[in-house]
Each structure stands twice: as C-alpha cells, then as structure tokens.
Design a protein around this ligand. Structure first.
Ligand SMILES: [Zn+2]
Length: 175
C-alpha cells in the first residue's frame, strides 16, 4: 500500500517536474525573443524556478492562479529558501508577469480577471437585450434580473475575489 502511494507520488512529481522544465525552457525563449539581456533572462528564470518550488511545496502546479503570484510575493519577504535567486520584489514581480504570460499562452492559467470581467459584461449585455426584446420586460425588472445574473457569474467565474496581496507597489531594488 505504502509502495503504491510512494510510486503515485513519484509519478506525479515526475509529471510536474517535466512540465516545469518545459515551461522554464519556454520562458527563456520568450524572454530572449523579447530582447531581454542574458543576465535578465537568467535572473527571471531563477525567480520562476523559485516560484515553482514554492508552488510544488504547497500543492499541484496545475493550480497556479493570479492570486498565487501575490501570495508568493508575500512569501518573498520572509523567504529562507535555498537557491531562491533574487528576492527583489521588483525583479521577481517582473519575472512572474512574463511567466504568467507564458503559462496563459500554454493554456495552463486562466485569462486575466479583466478579460473575464469583459466576458461577464458581454453576457450581461446579451442577456439584457433578450429580456427587453424577447421577454418584453421593463427596465426596472431587468435591473434586478441583471444583478442576480451578474452575482451568479461573478461567483461562478471567481472574478469577485480580491487580487490584492497587500504587498504594495515595488519601488526599487536598492535594498
Ligand atoms: Zn522562498
């Protein structure tokens, strides 16, 4: 039984490791394509590796979300990880912005909340036209129906959750 559990854990770790290696390789190519200096590419790659190790320590790499970046930046303040690379908030935030772009391109992370919000707006607009033209409902009635659907969509798509990590904007790497 224990052997089976250990075997399953090893297999899952191997899949995640392969996915992380692929993503880091893709990030390197992505940054090089955008004209970043080799030193920056290396620094961002180390920050991304640190992020993946932190994520792996907390659970599956498949659960990376925008909020994960905020939580990681909070971790950075008290980080004692070996091989952490840069702990400069400005550098790490920039690195993870690029990493999230790569993960989004691969379809590993959901679109940004702003994109989801505009999807909600489009659905609400279409719904409102349906209520007005097909159902013949008055504006006052439609306001309530739109509100209920809006709340439902926010709860379903998770866009209502705060993205704030409380870390504030980075200013410089001088410290
Ligand atoms: Zn750390």
């Amino acid at each position: 039984m224990r052997d089976k559990v250990e075997e399953k854990g090893r297999r899952r770790a191997a899949v995640d490791d392969a996915s992380v290696t692929d993503t880091l390789r893709e990030l390197t190519a992505y940054l090089a394509d955008r004209g970043h200096a080799p030193g920056t590419v290396e620094s961002y790659g180390r920050a991304a590796s640190h992020f993946f190790r932190w994520i792996a320590h907390r659970g599956s790499t498949r659960r990376i979300r925008d909020e994960s970046v905020g939580r990681f930046l909070v971790h950075l303040r008290r980080c004692r990880c070996p091989r952490s690379g840069s702990r400069c908030l400005f550098t790490v935030r920039a690195a993870l912005k690029h990493l999230m772009a790569v993960l989004r391109r691969r379809g590993s992370v959901a679109p940004p909340k702003a994109a989801r919000a505009s999807t909600i707006d489009r659905v609400l607009d279409a719904f409102d036209i349906h209520l007005r033209d097909t159902c013949g409902l008055a504006e006052a009635t439609r306001i309530y129906r739109r509100r209920y659907v809006h709340e439902f969509l926010l709860a379903t798509l998770g866009a209502a959750r705060s993205t704030s990590d409380g870390s504030g904007p980075p200013t410089s790497c001088g410290s």
